[in-house]
Design a protein around this ligand. Structure first.
Ligand code: 5CA
Ligand code: ZN
Length: 407
């Protein structure tokens, strides 16, 4: 799939520190220790009703991670999927009388514009389900060889009991897993399954649904195996970080990791699992099914995209928070203050600003603390000024390089 042009990232003096993240699996802060090339898989959109601010907040979080890695001297190999074949997308297309491919293409185009305007690095590979069918089929065959697959009335299921490590990502008890599975696309109540949490790998063709030929009959892939097949094909196992919103911890990332373990006969799937908090609106998680959405594209009509980005950065990526209009008003003022402060020919020294912003971002992507540091410099500039001719340029470049906020 064609991606968008990545923004140029200005070079900064020196190097940032090693980046630590909170690991969902270990329930602890852990250093990311990538080699020369840091590898990242972030779960992509299901292209309908995108891009809302919750999506944008999650992708901005993993953009910060990449910028911190690059600043620490790594190259980044970043993969994202597009769930362009899945139940909710097909249901939306059917309910609104649209062709599912046209719906997906239109939403992807809007997502590309939003990501470009918000200055997010583009994935090196942006792979849709439609493009990944051969890899999905190969992965299912390998799972079959490992004895982890069974047939239920023509649908193929992955047996979660085939992976002794199942449960290690989410750390949930079975009751909680079953509840979340029912809420998030699973079918724990389907009769005939060996275990309620077993997940569909290949769904045989239903009337009116798109399908692909396969050795198991015409059908389409289940959700989790799509991300596993793409990640293993593009990055191999283990890769450094799997990211997404917290709503993906269970079942998506738990079952995906198990599928990876069984099919590659190795562990771990990813070295670290990182999850962004949920953005809400009007008292509920912002979600397509609830319809309480604020779209980036709507806001872009009247607001500077850099103010939208700053509004997202003002919340720690792991926090659950609720969007209000006041977020954007405050961010617009902050952007103006910063732009004024860097427009002067000289300013207060900025070496410490760079060190502190780097330190905060390397510490589990603490963007709010990083914004405070730049605020303090801008206030000093406004109140007392300074005589360092390099300082405004350094602050401007670090805001762009590390936060993705071009001033
Ligand atoms: N296609 C799947 C992942 S394979 C999917 O979850 N698509 S999505 O369009 O529903 O979400 C895209 C990304 O945004 C996912 O990482 C998801 O966890 C995240 N996300 C969805 N809603 C929110 C929200 N309200 N707040 C923060 N992140 C969210
Ligand atoms: Zn995914």
């Amino acid at each position: 799939m064609r991606t968008w042009p990545s923004p140029a990232i200005p070079k900064l003096p020196g190097r940032g520190p090693q980046v630590c993240l909170f690991d969902t699996s270990a329930q602890a802060f852990r250093p990311t220790s990538p080699g020369e090339v840091a590898t990242l898989y972030v779960c992509g959109i299901t292209p309908y009703d995108s891009t809302h601010l919750g999506h944008a907040a999650t992708y901005v979080a993993f953009d910060l991670l990449q910028r911190a890695w690059i600043d620490a001297g790594h190259r980044v190999h970043y993969v994202q999927n597009i769930t362009d074949v899945d139940d909710p997308l097909l249901a939306r297309a059917a309910a609104t009388g649209q062709d599912w491919q046209e719906l997906a293409a239109r939403e992807e185009a809007r997502f590309v514009d939003d990501m470009t305007e918000l200055r997010l690095r583009a994935p090196d590979e942006w792979v849709s389900v439609v493009e990944s069918i051969p890899h999905v089929l190969a992965a299912i065959e390998r799972l079959q060889e490992a004895g982890a697959v069974y047939d239920l009335d023509g649908d193929l299921y992955f047996s979660v009991q085939s992976d002794p490590r199942f449960g290690a990502i989410s750390n949930l008890d079975e009751e909680a897993m079953i509840e979340l599975s029912a809420e998030r696309g699973g079918d724990p109540d389907r009769l005939g399954k060996r275990h309620p949490l077993d997940a569909v790998l290949w769904r045989h063709q239903r009337p009116g649904e798109p399908s692909w030929p396969s050795p198991f009959g015409a059908g389409r892939p289940g959700w989790h195996i799509e991300c596993v097949a793409i990640a293993v094909d593009e990055l191999g196992m283990p890769f450094d970080v799997q990211g997404g919103g917290r709503d993906l911890v269970f079942p998506h990332h738990e079952i995906g990791a198990s599928q990876g373990h069984v099919l590659e006969e190795s562990w771990p799937f990813a070295r670290l699992f990182s999850h962004a908090g949920m953005v809400g609106y009007q008292g509920e998680k912002m979600s397509k099914s609830l319809g309480n959405l604020v779209f980036v594209s709507q806001l872009r009509a009247d607001h500077d995209p850099m103010a939208i980005r700053l509004a997202l950065l003002a919340h720690h990526y792991r926090a659950d928070w609720e969007w209000t209009d006041a977020d954007l008003t405050a961010a617009t003022k902050r952007l103006e203050r910063w732009r004024t402060a860097v427009s002067w020919p000289t300013g207060p020294p900025a070496d410490k600003v760079l060190d502190e912003v780097r330190r905060h971002l390397a510490d589990d992507l603490d963007a709010p603390a990083a914004l405070d540091v730049i605020d303090a410099w801008a206030r000093e500039q406004q109140v007392r000024g300074g005589d360092d001719p390099g300082a405004p340029g350094v602050v401007s470049r670090l805001s762009d390089a590390l936060l993705g906020v071009a001033l």
